[in-house]
Design a protein around this ligand. Structure first.
Ligand code: COA
Length: 145
């Protein structure tokens, strides 16, 4: 399958939000108010496209010393075909281009093996966020740049 990942323009952002709402709010029952936060204003938003249709999204927030990756979502029918991997790989490439030494994310427990495939390691115990159990994960980028 041919997946293209790129950063989104402001006019494309509502399409990414629609994917997030479908995945996090409708499917995972995260309250709509918790899905939204102020980080969207400064984040770099990415879209994954298959045959010209956006099927996945994720965002990168640049913080001191690290890139915070979040809101990784692939539409249910597009999962298990490398879309998430392509998204995360593109976001990590952006981190490296910005010379960020570390990538950080808060992973839902079921997604930990997915992030481990791309080199992330768990760095925290389990905690609840939006009613869903999570663990922190990091990837040191400076070693692999
Ligand atoms: N458990 C174990 N391995 C998994 C996995 C899972 N839940 N999801 C993906 N993987 C593995 C795949 O088998 C694949 O491994 P391989 O390259 O060795 O074959 C690799 O991770 C890449 O998988 P890919 O097909 O690119 O992942 P995806 O397109 O299905 O996207 C998510 C992964 C997590 C983004 C997607 O399942 C999703 O959107 N889930 C709902 C929203 C969500 O929970 N987001 C994460 C919030 S922290």
């Amino acid at each position: 399958m041919n997946v293209t990942v790129r950063t989104l323009t402001g006019t494309e952002f509502p399409q990414a939000m629609a994917i997030r709402i479908q995945v996090f709010v409708d499917e995972q029952k995260v309250p709509f108010e918790e899905e939204q936060d102020h980080l969207d204003e400064t984040a770099i938003h990415f879209g994954a496209f298959v045959d010209g249709r956006m099927v996945g999204t994720g965002r990168l927030v640049e913080q001191p010393g690290r890139g915070k990756i979040g809101r990784m979502a692939v539409l249910a029918e597009g999962r298990g075909q490398g879309v998430g991997r392509a998204l995360l790989t593109a976001i990590l490439a952006e981190c490296r281009q910005r010379q960020l030494p570390q990538a950080y994310l808060s992973a839902q427990l079921h997604a930990i093996p997915f992030y481990e495939r791309l080199g992330f390691s768990v760095t925290s115990g389990e905690y609840m966020d939006a009613g869903i159990p999570h663990k922190d994960m990091i990837l040191e980028l400076s070693e692999k740049a």
